[in-house]
Design a protein around this ligand. Structure first.
Ligand code: FES
Length: 126
């Protein structure tokens, strides 16, 4: 198998809905790291009164810890600014004025629990 085929398989990895946690617990922190089984760490952002955003935790610039970044309200969406070199990313689309793209994941609240459309199960603790 050639390298291009391997990359294609990785990007086509099947996504399914996985439980992230109880809303009451997740609302206690605006930013937290989430641990994916055999996958990249994720960053979960909570914005009052009930909006969640899920992204890769590593900044696409130089792997800065986005869960330690600062969230800013842009009106229709929110952005996260990386604490290392201050690049910012739209939390809905992952876009950045830098041209870099942050991987984002769909989330859904179901009866006081948050679910995410991701490749593998996650936990709040390592
Ligand atoms: S590592 Fe995030 S902006 Fe450089």
């Amino acid at each position: 198998m050639v390298m291009a085929d391997l990359d294609n398989l990785k990007t086509k990895e099947e996504l399914s809905w996985h439980l992230v946690g109880q809303i009451e617990v997740l609302k206690t922190k605006p930013c937290r790291k989430i641990y994916m089984e055999n996958g990249p760490n994720l960053a979960l952002f909570y914005v009052e009164p009930g909006k969640f955003f899920l992204t890769n935790a590593a900044c696409p610039h130089a792997k800065g810890p986005l869960e330690q970044g600062s969230i800013e309200d842009l009106g229709e969406t929110y952005k996260i600014t990386c604490p290392l070199h201050y690049y910012s990313f739209d939390l809905t689309t992952g876009r950045s004025a830098s041209g870099l793209h942050l991987k984002t994941y769909q989330t859904e609240i179901r009866e006081q629990e948050l679910y995410a459309l991701i490749p593998r199960p996650v936990s709040l603790d390592r």
